[in-house]
Ligand binder design. Sequence first.
Ligand code: F0G
Length: 375
Amino acid sequence: MAQMWRGVVHEYAEFIPEHIKEAVVTLGEGGIPLIRSSTVQRRLADFGVHAEVYIKFEGRNPTGSFKDRGMTGAISAEKAKGTKVVICASTGNTSASAAAYAAAAGMTSAVLVPDGKIATGKLAQAIAHGANLLQVDGNFDDCLIIARQLAKDFPVVGLVNSVNPNRLQTQKTASFEVVDEMGDAPWIHAVPVGNAANISAYWMGYKEYADAENAANRPQMWGFQAEGAAPMVNGKRVENPKTIATAIQIGNPASWDLAVSAAAESGGLFDTVTDEEILGAHRILSNESGVFVEPASAAPLAGILKEAESGKLSAALSELSERRAGTAQIVFTSTGHGLKDPNWALYDINLKPKEGSEPIKVQNSVDAVAGALGL
Ligand code: F0G
């Protein structure tokens, strides 16, 4: 009989704490195959780097971002406790995911987002799923302070940001899927870093899978932040984070310490990428790989290309080749779908219409269409 994917809690039940499994709320998240990118491999080869490159395209999740993996854990645990109202702060994707899973669980959701700083698609998702949407006159870090305090002052409200440990417990399944597909951990796994939960969850997952002897190795974790929002790279909070990648426009990551451990224990690194580099990688992914992402999700590719150009990537791979056999393997996670923030397909970095993005108007005839196509 055909076996259907049952969502990450059921699929990886032996690695999930019992209290999350009592009242599972799932939209079938996870189960996402890697995409091999020969075009990115060719670009790396231009810099003398020879590696297999795979994209973990988390935009394929039910609400279009990796947040669904963690949200099934958080909402399931709240459901088991009988929570009626959940709250979160968000740059957009967490709010979309929380609103969807809360709707599926029959709960009310309240989401706090920085006014004017989240992508339209994400706003529409929260509204579509019936969230109480509050646009706060402040940035994400301000929203998180308020959400945490509300959950403390009003115990009937469940906080479903990634500071809720149940989020990481199911978000870590992304690593399991990578290993299940590749047969081992890749040499390097690169992710964008905002509030720093995702890099922490991946590392937790890789460690647990290796401890369970499902993987012989653990990867280096490489985290990339936008230059204007790079507290982890600079080692200090950023008061007014600024980047076109609004999803990672965060100045004081909640999972700072866990993320530092992930990079340090794995022998990985944090680095910055500019908005120009992010948009360049965004174009490479959509034009050459057929993968449409939101800007934050292009940051890891931008970072890999930057480290390839600087020579850091070759140096890391040659060091790793002393203990890893075969061809080097690099995975990067593209965290969210391009349809959430589609303007970046149409506009350039200065928000001017991108060349070739204006649709060509033609008359209603075969000849006119053939002429316009130069046939
Ligand atoms: N990529 C996307 C598309 C995101 O939405 C986020 C975070 C990240 C990367 C960074 O992941 O925070 O675990 O380091 N978005 C959160 C939100 C903050 O509210 O949706 P992180």
